[in-house]
Design a binder for this molecule. Sequence first.
Ligand SMILES: *Cc1c(COP(=O)(O)O)cnc(C)c1O
Length: 393
Amino acid sequence: MTAARPHRWAWAEIDVGAIAHNVDVLRHTVAPASVWAVVKANGYGHGAVRAGRAALDAGADGLCVALVDEGVALRTAGIDAPILVLSEQPIDQLGDLLAYRLTPTAYTERYTRALADAALARDLVDVDVHLKVDTGMQRVGVTPDGVATLVAALDGLAPTLRLGAVFTHLAVADEPDHPATPEQLAVFDRVLDEMVALGAEPPLVHAANSAAALAFPAARRSFVRAGIAVYGISPGHGVDELAAELHPAMSLRARVALVKPVAAGSHVSYGWRHRFEHDTTVATVPIGYADGVPRRLGTLPDRPGADVLIHGRRCPIVGVVTMDQFVVDVGQLDGAPVEVGDEVVLIGSQDGEQILATEWADRLGTIGYEIVCGISERVERVVVGVGAGDAAR
Ligand SMILES: *Cc1c(COP(=O)(O)O)cnc(C)c1O
C-alpha cells in the first residue's frame, strides 16, 4: 500500500482475497452447478476488471454485465471468459456486442432478428443466445406463453444464431419462506418441459441470484449468477445466516482532518440540525455525499447519527453529511485523544470492531447493494489482500 497511497484522506480498500474467498465458498455451496460472477455497475463499486479477474482466478466460469460497454471494458482488459449481457440492449450496440464476443440475452422477436442481422453482417455463425423467460419478476423476459413463438423464430435464424441457454430471474429469493420462489421455479420448469417437447432443449439453464444460490438448491441449475455474495455482502436479512461465511470485500476509510473542542449549546453543520448538550471534542472527516456517504446518515429522525470507528471505538456522526466532509463527536475518546491523520473507518473493521454496509442500509431503509454501488468514482480504490499485486495490474 505504500506504493499506491491515495491522493486524499479518504479511500476504499478492495480486498481481492475476500472476493476469491467468497467465490470459493459459493462454488462449494452450489456444486455441481458453477458460478458466474456478476460485475455490472463497476463490480458493484469494487472495480469490474479486478473483481472479474479475482472471481475467474478463484474458479468462476463466466461473468455477467448489464451493459455492452461494461462487457467491452472487460474484454479490453484482456478477460477472455464468457461474458453475458443480462438484458436486451439498444440495437446500435449490437455491433460492439458481437465484435467483443459478448453473449446476448434476448426475449423479443424484434431484438432476436436484429441480432441475427448484425451477426450475418459480420459473417458470424452459431452465436449463442441466452433466452430470458419472465416467470414473475415482471421486469424483462418473454412471458411463458410467448416462449414457443420465440424459440421457433430463433430456430429460423440458424445457423447464425443458436439457443445457448434459457434463464429466469427470481424476485423474492432473499425471503426463503416466501411462496414466490417455488412458484417462479414451477413456472420455469413448465417452460423447460415445453421446450424439450418442442425439441429445443437448452444446453444451459440458469435461475439463481446470490440469495437463491444460498437458499434454494433447486434454483442452482447449470450455474448461478452471483453478484452481491461475491462482494461478501448478505443479499438480505432472510439469508444472513447462509451468508455468514462470506467476507466483505470493500471497506471505506478516511483520516481525521481537524480536531477541535466545541462548547455545550453550540450546533454543527448545515441547518444546525444537531445541538451539543455537553462540552465535547469533534473531528472533521474529509468525505461526503459526493463520495457516496448519504447526507442523512448523520441526521435520521429520532436517533443518533450513524457511527464511524476511530481507535476501534464507535463515534457518532453529528449533523448532516456535507458534500465533501462530515463531523464526528469523539468526546468519548478523550482518554486517548484523537489526532489529525488518525484512521476513520466508515465501513469495515478496526481493532475488532466492525461496521457493515448493511448497517448503513438498515438505517437508510435500503439494501447493501445500493451502499457499495453508490461509492462514487471520486473515492480512490486501493487494492489489498492476497493476489492484490495481480489485481492491481
Ligand atoms: C444483478 C443481477 C444478478 C445478481 O444479483 P445478486 O443479488 O447481486 O446476486 C443476477 N441476475 C440478474 C438478471 C441480475 O440483473
